[in-house]
Design a protein around this ligand. Structure first.
Ligand code: CMP
Ligand code: MG
Ligand code: ZN
Length: 581
């Protein structure tokens, strides 16, 4: 008891100490029954509170995975969302009485500067004219950069994927770049972090096999074995890209200090691993939670969100682009489905080319994945950038370029020194290129949301037709089954009554949905129509307006190409395809 008395009161508040004291008291035989009872009751109440809290957390998780309810979303789409965007391994098999898991998703959901200069001043790898800052700041050896970029292109083309190819890498890199400039987040990041963002985007799907992590796991591929079924592809993307840089002539990071090299590597690994869609809901939940706290936002988490958002950003781009990317992805999924069928495996969600509801899945993808991600992205950017804007506008710095808080709210001199410098306009005025003063987060958000909504409406139109085709198909299937049954019945009777003769119970194959697969072998181009791919609403800015090059490339075959089909002709093709048998 004496020992216990000396223990500070605050420690006694902790049940573990109380219980230990009780044990000591019991050992010494120095026991007061009233005290003992009081202490045990206290410990029990604490344990009970912990238990309730933990159970609630568990139930929350359970709820996320067990109560997906939305009449507007077809079962296949629910299954796909649940199986792809949570850490559930393998193909989701729904027991008959089991409810689809959807509320969970609703809850969970609710729940370079230097490169910029590089892009601006160099239009191609030929005739290189890198700005002096690039060479001086990071000392990236230009020949190494060329070799590395070429090797990346080779790796991205290895499996001839319709979607996960070098154009996707360029698209995501461009989008990350756009987000950094237009949200003003680049003013919060150091140059090293900006390099990490661009680098991570460029390598994020390197040597993608055109098949999903789940396919690797199911087929026990070498990479699945190597990475123990955990973020198989994502681990490979980073690892293989770093392996390239082990070759001296491709080592673009050769001149980084040890510390910078390590910091960059750590950021790149975290960002690329966070592109594994099975961590999507957890990532959103964690970031939402962070936003509710008063502390600063963790830089690696914010950067990961930017990359993740850029990775799923095509629904926030013009319909033509979004549609084409979607079709490219669907074709990639279908090719996986073909492999699954050949291997006698069950189709993964969205991989059966005969029955996948493309339009409906896109509505689900936009509603439950894309919108919440972009809403979180803009909220996060607001939380980080608004204070910078306020601070800069109050400060005397005409360029709005005063160094600001780092991730944890402190300003370090080293960081301040590494910050991008701001160029004044030639008239020496207060307006600087891409400065915080030009950031308009409200328009950024409104524009994105407008485009996402417009794309969703387009899918809704297509979903009606998709549903019709599906119903016709099912009716035909039923009729065909009924008539086959009747024929069989008739035939059986005939065989029973007459001599045995072969039956000819031919059935019409069910009408399958071949939805909008717009000429994968013949890319979406029409020589007679040379219109450029632009937004239907010229006032709407999408994520592509920063750089047109990516927009005018063909995601289907990886060749830069102008988007030559007008919106209407694309639509006509969709409709044709929709009613195709
Ligand atoms: P990846 O680019 O590796 O990472 C993001 C993933 O989101 C992408 O692979 C696809 O699996 C998925 N994705 C992107 N766009 C769509 C879409 N329109 N519909 C369904 N899934 C998508
Ligand atoms: Mg990926
Ligand atoms: Zn990607």
């Amino acid at each position: 008891m004496d020992d216990c008395v000396t223990i500070k009161k605050k420690h006694l508040q902790r049940p573990i100490f109380r219980l230990r004291c009780l044990v000591k008291q019991l050992e010494k035989g120095d026991i007061n029954v009233v005290d003992l009872k009081k202490n045990i009751e206290y410990a029990a109440s604490v344990l009970e509170a912990v238990y309730i809290d933990e159970t609630r957390k568990l139930l929350d998780t359970e709820d996320e995975l067990s109560d997906i309810q939305s009449d507007s979303v077809p079962l296949e789409v629910r299954d796909w969302l649940a199986s792809t965007f949570t850490r559930e391994m393998g193909i989701v098999k729904r027991r008959p009485e089991e409810k689809p898991k959807f509320r969970s998703i609703v809850h969970a959901v609710q729940a370079g500067i230097f490169v910029e200069r590089m892009y601006r001043r160099t239009s191609s790898m030929v005739g290189l004219a890198y700005p002096a800052e690039v060479i001086v700041t990071f000392k990236i050896p230009v020949p190494n950069l060329i070799s590395f970029a070429e090797a990346l292109e080779v790796g991205y083309s290895k499996y001839k994927n319709p979607y996960h190819n070098l154009i996707h890498a360029a698209d995501v890199t461009q989008t990350v770049h756009y987000i950094m400039i237009h949200t003003g987040i680049m003013h919060w990041l150091t140059e090293l972090e900006i390099l990490a963002m661009i680098f991570a985007a460029a390598v994020h799907d390197y040597e993608h096999t055109g098949t999903t992590n789940n396919f690797h796991i199911q087929t026990r591929s070498d990479v699945a074995i190597l990475y123990n079924d955990r973020s198989v592809l994502e681990n490979h993307h980073v690892s293989a890209a770093y392996r390239l840089m082990q070759e001296e002539e491709m080592n673009i990071l050769a001149n980084l200090t040890k510390d910078d090299w390590r910091e960059l590597r750590s950021l790149v690994i975290e960002m690329v691993l966070s592109t594994d869609m099975s961590g999507h809901f957890q990532q959103i939940k964690t970031m939402r939670h962070t936003l509710q706290q008063t502390e600063g936002v963790d830089k690696a988490k914010a950067m990961s969100l930017i990359l993740h958002a850029a990775d799923i950003s095509h629904p926030a781009k013009s319909w033509e682009l979004h549609y084409r990317w979607t079709m490219a992805l669907m074709e990639e999924f279908f090719r996986q489905g073909d492999k699954e069928a050949a291997l006698g495996l069950q189709f993964s969600p969205l991989c059966d080319r005969k029955s996948t509801l493309v339009a409906q899945s896109q509505i689900g993808f936009i509603d439950f994945i894309v919108e919440p991600t972009f809403s979180l992205l803009t909220d996060s950017m607001e939380k980080i950038v608004m204070p910078l804007i306020e601070e800069a506008s109050k400060s005397e710095s005409p360029a709005f370029g005063t160094p600001s808080q780092n991730s944890l709210g402190a300003v370090s001199n080293a960081e301040a020194q590494r910050r991008p410098s701001f160029k004044s306009t030639s008239d020496g005025g207060t307006h600087t290129e891409n400065s915080l003063a030009t950031v308009d987060l409200t328009s950024f958000k409104d524009n994105l949301m407008k485009i996402i909504q417009a794309n969703k409406e387009r899918w809704k139109e297509l979903a009606v037709e998709e549903e019709l085709v599906k119903n016709v198909g099912e009716q035909e299937k039923d009729q065909s089954r009924n008539s086959t049954d009747a024929q069989l019945q008739e035939e059986t009777t005939r065989i029973q009554n007459e001599s045995s003769q072969g039956s000819d119970g031919t059935t019409c194959p069910p009408r399958s949905i071949v939805l909008q697969v717009v000429s994968f072998d013949t890319p979406l181009s029409d020589e007679s129509n040379s219109e450029k791919c632009t937004n239907s609403d010229p006032n709407q800015k999408d994520l592509t307006d920063a750089q047109q090059e990516t927009q005018n490339t063909d995601p289907l075959n990886g060749e830069p190409k102008h988007c030559k089909k007008s919106e209407d002709s694309v639509k006509a093709t969709e409709k044709e395809a929709l009613i195709q048998n």
